[in-house]
Design a protein around this ligand. Structure first.
Ligand code: XBP
Ligand code: MG
Length: 258
């Protein structure tokens, strides 16, 4: 094992990776904001799947308008207006998280605590609004959940969102670590592109919106991180994962040594 290849940090994506927030969290929050603004827009489950190709909520609203409501683009205060619709969406997302309807995905909580106990750093690298990260983590892991993370990179902190690698560069700079010392966990093709462009070894856990996407270049593609009582299924095979049924720190270390 090379000294610089020892796993020092795991960088987690949020939406779709920590929890299935897109379909039942962000999507209804966007729809509630549209209603509050008296807009005749409704993002159903399949449409939202298409819109997910655009990362970032404000960017997604703009893209939707370009495709389906171009007349609404003519307003002079367009940027501010989109920002205010999006702010309303964030308020609705908070309410949904407080109701506690969206659990963490299998293995997430266990792995986070295990990494902490082994002194491996943990970080967040997401395009979502920073408040959303707090709402999700606090509703699922308690009021002090944010303190578990060494670095949180979120939202507009870098101008170019995923699939650009910028958020990963930002997080690694804060961690003072090189890509070979880190591992990213993502759920989507856009997320994988961002992580690979930052030279990060990347593990994929898929969800309903992403399972048919292209994950070439990933260390492995799994249903989820797995638990001893709820084992993951493997979608692409990696020799390290033969006879493995859930992801633990040792397995992540082995995956990065490959
Ligand atoms: C997911 C996103 C986000 C969310 C919505 O990013 O693209 O935009 O869909 O959140 P990731 P905001 O998987 O990297 O976390 O409305 O706050 O942008
Ligand atoms: Mg994601």
């Amino acid at each position: 094992m090379h000294a610089n290849n020892t796993l020092k940090a795991v960088l987690f994506d949020v939406d779709g990776t920590l929890a299935d927030t897109e379909q039942d969290g962000h999507r209804p929050a966007f729809n509630a904001a549209f209603q509050e603004f008296n807009l005749p827009w409704h993002w159903d489950i399949p449409l939202y799947g298409d819109l997910l190709q655009i990362t970032g909520g404000k960017e997604r609203i703009r893209y939707f308008m370009e495709q389906y409501a171009p007349e609404a683009l003519n307003r002079e205060d367009l940027d501010e207006w989109i920002a205010s619709v999006h702010k309303t969406k964030t308020r609705h997302f908070k309410k949904l998280m407080e109701q506690g309807g969206i659990p963490l995905r299998p293995g997430v909580k266990r792995l986070i605590h295990e990494l902490r106990s082994k002194n491996i750093k943990i970080a967040i690298a997401t395009t979502t609004t920073p408040e959303n990260v707090a709402y999700l983590l606090q509703s699922t892991m308690g009021v002090d959940a944010m303190e578990l993370f060494d670095v949180i990179g979120a939202g507009d902190i870098v101008p170019k969102k995923k699939p650009a690698p910028d958020i990963y560069f930002w997080v690694m700079e804060k961690l003072k670590l090189e890509p070979a010392q880190c591992l990213a966990i993502e759920d989507s093709e856009n997320g994988l592109k961002a992580a690979l462009a930052a030279n990060l070894p990347t593990l994929i856990t898929v969800n309903n919106y992403t399972r048919l996407q292209n994950f070439e270049g990933a260390l492995a593609v799994l249903s989820d991180l797995g638990e001893p009582e709820k084992e993951f299924s493997q979608i692409t095979h990696n020799p390290v994962l033969v006879d493995k049924h859930w992801i633990d720190t040792g397995t992540l270390q082995q995956l990065t040594e490959k």
